[in-house]
Design a protein around this ligand. Structure first.
Ligand SMILES: *[C@@H]1O[C@H](CO)[C@@H](O)[C@H](O)[C@H]1NC(C)=O
Ligand SMILES: *[C@@H]1O[C@H](CO)[C@@H](O)[C@H](O)[C@H]1NC(C)=O
Length: 477
């Protein structure tokens, strides 16, 4: 009986594989029909592919591809663009749209797409495929589950506040909530819980990547609600080596996270409570482009940054040293970091992202020899140094310096935001600084962008800028 069942199953598998071969849809490593970017969601273009698999040129390879479809991936999932247009209409309706050219939603989308092109190709990866599903380490699961069980009552769900025009979730339609592990009003919350979870998760993730890690961020349990989607994206650095733990769910169908592995193919990964997906979140595109069918889905995200010390490398070198029979400790490491001026190890030398990193760390190569940028004013310097009193005096005397720009188009607000000085940023905004001024002749970054890059999204400066309508815009490349 069991044998027949198995046979039946494998026949079905075979049939579907043949069918797949007939339709020509590629398979991923798990033998599932798959596709590349821009099929389920706009990821590296602003539109989803409309190059449907059933179009004559896709069915019959002898037919030439019409010009409008050239370079477009084959669309196997039906009319996704129409669905995406509706998604964007929802955002516009919620946040408003000024004219045809300017819209906070469109700008967020452009930034997301641009980042999805730029970032992955510049990254150093540490694993073959880029993701892996495991059972959460016992200690992690026990602690998080306890915290959730004690606080899962709806009254403890705080609405998550998304910056204006944010399109990462369709929160205008399906709000997301946070059960914050730092909210001291909640039972068991606090830095103790956080540290224990970090420590326990660190071991498995570091074993997986072979890198020594340092903890970066862990906000709390995000609860998605019916109809939620999560736009496909890569995380901002330094969120590099990450884990998603599913805490609880009430769903009618499994709600997959779709990841693009290092082989460039899409994989749907489904989870049960207590399961954890490890992923290289800086280079692996990930999202949930298929709406949640069910009441809720609760996850916690745990992020780490590699310190630049490879465990594998060290182990290998140690073995080699032992084999050579000498204790040549100076042979390894150190110099490389100096030569690259402290460029984080997960950014490839010579990549576009490396160039950006040097731009944002102008002193990195100069070894602390701070050299002022041309056009930088006393207001810039006070803002950079966090000297709010001095800055106040300067602005009162020389009001025109409030929005003054240095040679790279940086305003004092950019300096203060990047350096994470709350008082400075508050003062500048109170005095009327342009919150969304962009560097580099209007083609560069906003102050919020720099604050998020340098200080993270939950830093008070980032939060303040977001609340006041700050947009997170990176440079146009
Ligand atoms: C993922 O799931 C969606 C929704 O069920 C499906 O349309 C899509 O083809 C799946 N993608 C992969 C790569 O399995
Ligand atoms: C890292 O992964 C990304 C995305 O999978 C890829 O584009 C990039 O080329 C990889 N980096 C290296 C050095 O192979």
């Amino acid at each position: 009986m069991i044998k027949t069942l198995l046979l039946l199953q494998s026949t079905t598998l075979l049939v579907s594989a043949v069918e797949t071969a007939q339709t020509g849809q590629p398979l991923n490593l798990f033998n599932e029909p798959t596709y590349g970017v821009d099929v389920s969601f706009p990821i590296q273009h602003e539109k989803i592919s409309t190059n449907y698999a059933w179009l004559p040129h896709n069915v019959d390879p002898s037919k030439p591809t019409p010009k409008e479809y050239e370079g477009m991936p084959i669309q196997y999932l039906g009319k996704r663009q129409e669905w995406y247009d509706e998604f964007m209409m929802g955002c516009h309706a919620h946040y408003g749209r000024k004219g045809d050219t300017y819209s906070a939603c469109t700008i967020t989308e452009q930034d997301r797409v641009e980042m999805s092109i730029r970032q992955p190709q510049s990254m150093q990866n540490y694993t073959e495929l880029g993701f892996k599903k495991i059972k959460a380490p016992e200690e992690v699961w026990r602690r998080i589950k306890k915290f959730w069980d004690e606080n899962k009552d709806r009254k403890n769900w705080s609405p998550e506040s998304w910056p204006r025009g944010n399109t990462y979730t369709n929160h205008w339609q399906a709000p997301t909530y946070m059960v914050n592990v730092e909210d001291t009003k909640l039972r068991g919350a606090g830095s103790n819980l956080k540290q224990h979870v970090w420590d326990a998760a660190k071991t498995v993730i570091s074993e997986w990547t072979g890198e020594e890690l340092t903890e970066c961020s862990m906000y709390g349990i995000r609860v998605y609600t019916e109809g939620s989607i999560l736009a496909t994206h890569v995380d901002r650095m330094p969120l590099v080596s990450s884990a998603i733990l599913n805490v609880d769910q009430d769903v009618d169908e499994p709600w997959p996270i779709e990841v693009y592995a290092h082989d460039g193919k899409a994989y749907n990964v489904t989870m049960e409570p207590g399961e954890m997906v490890l992923y290289e979140s800086h280079s692996v595109l990930h999202g949930r482009p298929f709406p949640l069918k069910g009441r809720f889905y609760a996850n916690i995200f745990i992020h780490f940054e590699p310190t630049g010390h490879s465990l594998r490398h060290n182990a290998k070198e140690a073995a080699e040293r032992a084999a050579r029979g000498r204790n040549d400790r100076h042979a390894s490491g150190g110099h490389e970091q100096e030569e690259t001026g402290g460029l984080p190890s997960y950014i490839q030398v010579g990549s576009i992202e490396a160039e950006r990193w040097y731009k944002s760390h102008p002193n990195a190569k100069k070894n602390k020899n701070v050299e002022a940028t041309v056009g930088s004013t006393p207001a810039h310097r006070a803002a950079q140094e966090g000297d709010a009193d001095q800055l106040g005096l300067v602005i009162d005397k020389l009001g025109h310096l409030l929005n003054s720009k240095d040679a790279n188009g940086w305003t004092p607000l950019h300096e203060g935001a990047r350096a994470g000085h709350v008082e400075v940023v508050k003062l500048l905004i109170d005095k009327g600084a342009n919150i969304n001024e962009r560097t580099n002749e209007g083609k560069g970054e906003t102050p919020l962008y720099w604050s998020i890059v340098e200080n993270g999204e939950d830093h008070p400066v980032s939060q303040m800028l977001m609340e006041l309508g700050g947009l997170n815009i990176g440079p146009d490349l």
